[in-house]
Design a protein around this ligand. Structure first.
Ligand SMILES: [Zn+2]
Length: 306
């Protein structure tokens, strides 16, 4: 058996089998527990460790949980979990604010053999590592991702306003409710059409103005699919313009008197169909109150497909 070393003398990932002496045993608790054991071992400055010949495989402690159990809320969220499965989507690299600090973030979509999917957010060095790893891999190759000690996210906040990120493909555009709305150029609010003898009059309730300058803005109802089924998402002006690369007013025609050509409009808008994205959507009060099945998109994150 090798000689004892201090923890600081160890070479990470080279010396994997150790026994420990002079440790502190502390009671396990909190919302980030790594195991079901009641106590944790803590290293102190005089802890000495030594390479041992054999480490029983079971001691690695890797216990992947079933996606379905997480999705069905059967897993205790106080414990960190291990997950393993195939990466089927990776978001673009983002910088987000976490506790006031800029932090790297990517979002993964994992799929298991039963076609259950799990969305995983990686932050900091883990986001950089997986981003770099997936950049260098050839597409269409199966990539298996192993994550130890993942925290199961519980959606916090108001029951009547919940946000989710879902990976979905745009299957169609529903034109039943039109594809734009006429807004007040000043306040962006939808204007009301007021019947008049000779001409169309629009009233902005917010500005209390019957002669508001008008601006058409996108109001697209997308039929989206994921592996669980289909749904309807509402894509509003800025996000739609970002994806289409053309402002609504240009597609509508520079003059508000001009009658838009549905063939041209539909051919431009149909470019969205077939695209796969991570969509951050919000479930709002009206979705609960009026059983409205259309969900507003707050953000679109492009994906790499594998
Ligand atoms: Zn207004």
């Amino acid at each position: 058996m090798s000689t004892f070393k201090t923890v600081a003398e160890l070479v990470p990932f080279k010396e994997i089998c150790h026994i420990y002496v002079q440790i502190i045993l502390i009671q396990s608790g909190g919302a980030y527990r790594t195991s079901k054991h009641a106590y944790l071992i803590e290293f102190v400055c005089n802890t000495r460790v030594c390479v041992c010949d054999f480490l029983p495989r079971a001691l690695t402690g890797f216990q992947p949980v079933a996606f379905r159990d997480i999705l069905d809320g059967l897993v205790n969220t106080e414990y960190l979990v291990d997950v393993i499965d195939q990466i089927v989507g990776v978001s673009h690299f983002e910088i987000v604010s976490l506790n006031g600090k800029d932090t790297e973030k990517i979002t993964l979509e994992l799929q298991n053999q039963l076609s259950d999917r799990l969305t995983v957010h990686l932050l900091g060095k883990y986001a950089i590592f997986v981003h770099d790893a997936t950049q260098n891999l050839i597409q269409k190759k199966c990539i298996i991702c192993v994550i130890r000690f993942a925290k199961i996210g519980v959606f916090k906040g108001n029951l009547h306003q919940q946000r989710y990120i879902v990976m979905c493909t745009i299957a169609a555009i529903d034109y039943d409710m039109g594809w734009y709305y006429m807004s007040c150029k000043i306040c962006w609010k939808r204007v009301l059409l007021v019947p008049s003898d000779h001409m169309k009059n629009y009233y902005c309730a917010k500005c209390n103005n019957y002669r508001s300058e008008l601006l058409p803005r996108y109001n697209l109802q997308l039929v989206v699919l994921d592996n669980t089924g289909h749904s309807k998402f509402l894509l509003l002006d800025n996000l739609a313009e970002e994806l289409l690369g053309i402002p609504c007013v240009a597609l509508y025609g520079s003059s508000s008197d001009q009658i838009e050509d549905p063939v041209v409009v539909h051919s431009v808008l149909s470019k969205l169909v077939g695209g796969t994205y991570f969509c951050k959507i919000v479930i709002e009060e009206q979705n609960f109150m009026f059983n409205c099945q259309t969900f507003k998109v707050l953000e679109i994150i492009p994906t790499y497909e594998f």
